[in-house]
Design a binder for this molecule. Structure first.
Ligand SMILES: NC(=O)c1ccc[n+]([C@@H]2O[C@H](COP(=O)([O-])OP(=O)(O)OC[C@H]3O[C@@H](n4cnc5c(N)ncnc54)[C@H](O)[C@@H]3O)[C@@H](O)[C@H]2O)c1
Length: 341
């Protein structure tokens, strides 16, 4: 299955390809067009899937985990690129979850002022979300994804073979993002998620929602903000828990709390609110979370780089699958609302 993604801010379009065991053949086909091909991956994926496969290409293996989205790893990667002697006519192949995709994509965007790269997403989050749309970057001590670029890949290759050994926790992380896509545009997609989130049908149906949005708003000026449903609260939960609460769980809690905020503001009616809560339960994503210190929590939300002013930006569901509303609220107002719900 192939979807052509229109790239409205650079001068090329690119394919999102989905299938099983498709990577090797695709790679061998294009390799002759490049001076060299280099794979960037993490040690989990390397030991679970790659091993001696693709031995005809150079490979850089990074430590797994969010800590690798750092200046140190970026430096290591760029140093390796130079040592291997990568020229401008090379292809970087990022095989991994969002961490490898963001890091290797960013390295590709700045090495020799930009070389070609492919996204080969191996987690569900990466397959339906992070590999699509060309956002790349690293974290700094001052914030998540603070340094980065918009740099679309030449291809996204979703090889479902990589989904075979995904831990349950990673499937759950992906499921929260997929449910977010249902809320934005394709509510019927929920049935696919309930039956099998890892099926080709589910992955494609979810990816299509993100593709449609980034085609219309590549630089997040307007509707790309819809993808932040559950994330304003979710990111604060991740920060408050020092990343002990996984991203998917934080987003699911975020969807629940933000739905309460939307109900309080009269944006979401009782019936639709109840629908969202029962969907979360159906997907085993209904978690409780107690905010300990409201002022501190709201400060964490206010520090999110997505806010354009002192106000806190929320993407709130009004009608599941049909209508999302972007609201910017004063921090004091958010403290008040959270204390009342
Ligand atoms: N660029 C974007 O638009 C965008 C969007 C959403 C998230 N992100 C970023 O994505 C990152 C999170 O990505 P993630 O959730 O994929 O996490 P991740 O890349 O850290 O992967 C999670 C874990 O799963 C392991 N893993 C990966 N593929 C596997 C497989 N096939 N089988 C078994 N284990 C596997 C990894 O080694 C890692 O331990 C965050 O840094 C986030 O900021 C970026």
């Amino acid at each position: 299955m192939k979807i052509r993604i229109k790239n409205n801010f650079k001068n090329f379009d690119y394919d999102y390809l989905v299938g099983t065991n498709i990577l090797a053949e695709l790679l061998d086909k294009v390799a002759k067009d490049y001076f060299s091909v280099i794979i960037v991956t993490d040690s989990n994926i390397d030991s679970l899937y790659l091993g001696k496969k693709f031995d005809n290409y150079s490979k850089i293996v990074i430590a797994p985990g969010e800590e690798s989205k750092s200046f140190e790893s970026l430096n290591k990667l760029l140093g390796e690129f130079s040592k291997i002697g990568l020229k401008r006519n090379c292809l970087v192949v990022a095989i991994g979850g969002g961490v490898i995709g963001d890091l290797a994509g960013f390295a590709a965007s700045i090495y020799m002022r930009g070389v070609d790269y492919w996204q080969v997403p191996t987690t569900l989050v990466a397959m339906v979300d992070s590999s699509i749309g060309g956002k790349t970057g690293i974290n700094t001590e001052f914030g998540k994804n603070l340094i980065g670029s918009f740099y679309p890949p030449k291809k996204i290759v979703v090889d479902l073979n990589f989904a075979q050994k995904l831990p349950k926790s990673e499937v759950k992380n992906g499921l929260a993002e997929m449910y977010k896509h249902c809320l934005i545009e394709n509510y019927n997609h929920l049935n696919n998620l309930i039956s099998n989130p890892l099926s080709e049908k589910s992955v494609i149906s979810s990816a299509k929602v993100k593709i449609k949005i980034i085609e219309k708003d590549p630089l997040e000026k307007n509707i790309r903000k819809y993808l932040n449903i559950g994330h304003t609260v979710g990111h604060a939960i991740e920060k408050e828990s020092k990343l002990q609460i996984p991203h998917g769980m934080a987003v699911a809690i975020g969807i629940k709390i933000e739905s309460k905020i939307a109900k309080k503001l009269g944006i979401l009616n009782d019936q639709n609110y109840n629908k969202i809560i029962s969907d979360l339960a159906l997907l085993n994503l209904d978690f409780d979370y107690k905010i300990e210190n409201l002022d501190k929590f709201v400060k964490l939300m206010a520090s999110d780089k997505k806010n354009m002013s002192q106000k806190i930006c929320f993407a709130l569901v009004s009608t599941p699958g049909k209508k999302i509303v972007i609201v910017d609220l004063e921090p004091e107002n958010v403290v008040k609302i959270l204390s009342e719900i």
